[in-house]
Ligand binder design. Sequence first.
Ligand SMILES: NC(=O)c1ccc[n+]([C@@H]2O[C@H](COP(=O)([O-])OP(=O)(O)OC[C@H]3O[C@@H](n4cnc5c(N)ncnc54)[C@H](O)[C@@H]3O)[C@@H](O)[C@H]2O)c1
Length: 396
Amino acid sequence: MSHVLILGGDGYLGWPTAMYFSNRGYQVTVVDNYFRRNACTELDTGMLYPVPTLIERAKIWHEKTGHEIKVVIGNLTEPDVMRQLFDGTVSYQWAVNDAFTGLPDTVVHYAEQPSAPYSLLDYKHADITLTNNLRVTNNLLWAVRDFSRDTHIIKLGTMGEYGTPNIDIEEGWLDIEHKGRKGKFLFPRAAGSLYHTTKVMDTDLSWFAVRMWDLKVTDLMQGPVYGIETEESLIDPRLNTIFNYDEIFGTIVNRFVTQSVVGYPLTVYGKGGQTRGYLNIKDTLQCVHASEKTPADTGELRIFNQIMETFSVNQLAELAQNVGNARGHKVEIKSIPNPRREAEEHYYNPTYQGLKNIGVEPHYLTEDVMHGLFEVVEKFKQNIRKDVIFKGVKWG
Ligand SMILES: NC(=O)c1ccc[n+]([C@@H]2O[C@H](COP(=O)([O-])OP(=O)(O)OC[C@H]3O[C@@H](n4cnc5c(N)ncnc54)[C@H](O)[C@@H]3O)[C@@H](O)[C@H]2O)c1
């Protein structure tokens, strides 16, 4: 049985990924320090429903399926916490069998502070974002270098690394001809927040580790994810992933659906022409699995653009409005002054073929899929707090 180690296994994507691999016969270990939950408490953000602790969820998963997900609670910015996952001295906070699983064949690295507005709240939160994200990545690369060079690292990057250039966005690399000579370089990056800047730096750290130590890294440039349900979460509602609907941690589709359900006007920033690539949470799982099955080569930094389709903010607002109104909500769209520094109208043409080439079959954001998302959110309508939806974190 292949062993998958998931860093950030308590998170929005980490927990569904853990169940997905576990359900398919992999040995799974998850690590988390509850950074995200603590940040939600500190900033008083909006959680659609309470979520059991990681240990409780692993126990529920075991009761319901008989599968084991081993749990480590620890801060991965501490080098020893990371290294113990590889040198066999780790102690699990929950496991059916306490024996060391062995070196991971694959590490899925989600363990970062994932919010752009969080990173620009103030100096303190900018500093936490930089130190947290870069230390976890550096600790991981060194642990793999020192203990397990055959381990395939699947790291989550973001499409936000590229910004919105006036040329087509390639999958990670760009062939350049300059003064008659040719070379291949990382696609130019222009991050729009300090969070996104840490992702650019992660990519650079990984590229260094690949060049110097022949590691195998797949870097997934992911767009904003939407959705709650996956095949595994349907087994028991207590297995639902964490769902935020506030400006700090909620992603746009999840926010717009929640705002529609409670009659909070959809907050379109400025002109609303900001266009990005999106994907269903089910496709995040497929993409990570497809990457795991066909690993990067030794000494390769393989980059995929992990999106399935593109939408402007206006298009997403209209889709939420149409579906919301059809379900009897009175959905209003309101343009507000843009708190961010970003182009509100721009060229956007990314390539995203690589993951489909290795077997991913996209789910698209149709009206039917939107209805499904509304259905889940409506069940928890009584939990939604209007006062935490918008904070207006400014970039300037
Ligand atoms: N959700 C999206 O739409 C999206 C889009 C693009 C990229 N990403 C990237 O995907 C990854 C996962 O995103 P997510 O939405 O699941 O975020 P998340 O915050 O829900 O998950 C990250 C998890 O990592 C944990 N973590 C953070 N720092 C840690 C540390 N020092 N030690 C141990 N655990 C730590 C957090 O507690 C959290 O549970 C992130 O790297 C994010 O940048 C997410």
